[in-house]
Design a protein around this ligand. Sequence first.
Ligand code: AVI
Length: 319
Amino acid sequence: MLQFIQCTEQENENDRSVRNELLAGLSAAQAFTSPKYLYDALGSKLFEAICELPEYYPTRTEALIFKTHGRAIAQAIGSGSTLIDLGAGNCAKAARLFPALQPAQYVPVDISVSFLHESLQRLQQQFPSIVMTGVGLDFSNELLLPDSVRNEKRLFFYPGSSIGNFTPEASLAFLQRIHAACDADGSLLIGVDLVKDKALLNAAYDDALGVTAAFNLNLLRHLNHLLGTDFEVRGWRHRGFYNQQESRIEMHLEAATAQTVRWPQGERRFERGERIHTENSYKYTQHTFTDLLEQAGFRRLSCWVDPQQWFMVCHAHAA
Ligand code: AVI
């Protein structure tokens, strides 16, 4: 059975709240934007290209952990779960788990249900015995799933260290919401990037080909489209580096020359070297992350890392 449900109202590109949020960030003393605006159609393609880069180790390292420890992970989880895939995209990561996990229901969740149509239709043909329910929901603020999502044996799946793009406080709140959405037999399967050598981290977010630079700079084109700003992409430089004190990668766009950016009813002057903070990507130690899971209420944790201890996958029970 295949079903699609759009829960969150989709943001209109001219939505006043989007404009207000973005313009407030651009006008702040230290200008910033939310990382979600990195993902317009081209930004999503550039992120897929980042995942192929030799320097960007998270995607392949997480895949290696699933390959190496797949049997143990499946044993910890058991079969017949309601597999809820948060930020599912093309559903590929979860689909690789189907043969081992044999879920009873698969629930990919993404901001727009239209992103899920094609992949889910293909998957349903491949796995006809799994009930599939595509859900369009912005789960960053609340996690209210439709009634057709079973309560039994919910397994929330949040791979790729997407948790790293929240501040630690927001991560705790997010994990607590997942915990609250689980019955006693619920659990979470999550991937998280670990603290490591600074040079490796810097290279992963400032690659030789400049794909991450293009991903970051593309934000300016997206802002021009959303806000009517007149950002000149060539007037800006990508900066991506590890901030050891904060245990996070920071991405910024830096003005190459002094310039004024204009939009209908406003403008902002940027001095040469002034930056717009566009993304944080927090890195955890095994300890700080398992502590966070426990603080959120999760118990009976099983965690797996790769031989270099660059990335960790954890399964945690709600009770
Ligand atoms: C989606 N997220 C986990 C990526 C990360 O590593 O923080 C986004 C990214 N930004 C630059 N490269 C990749």
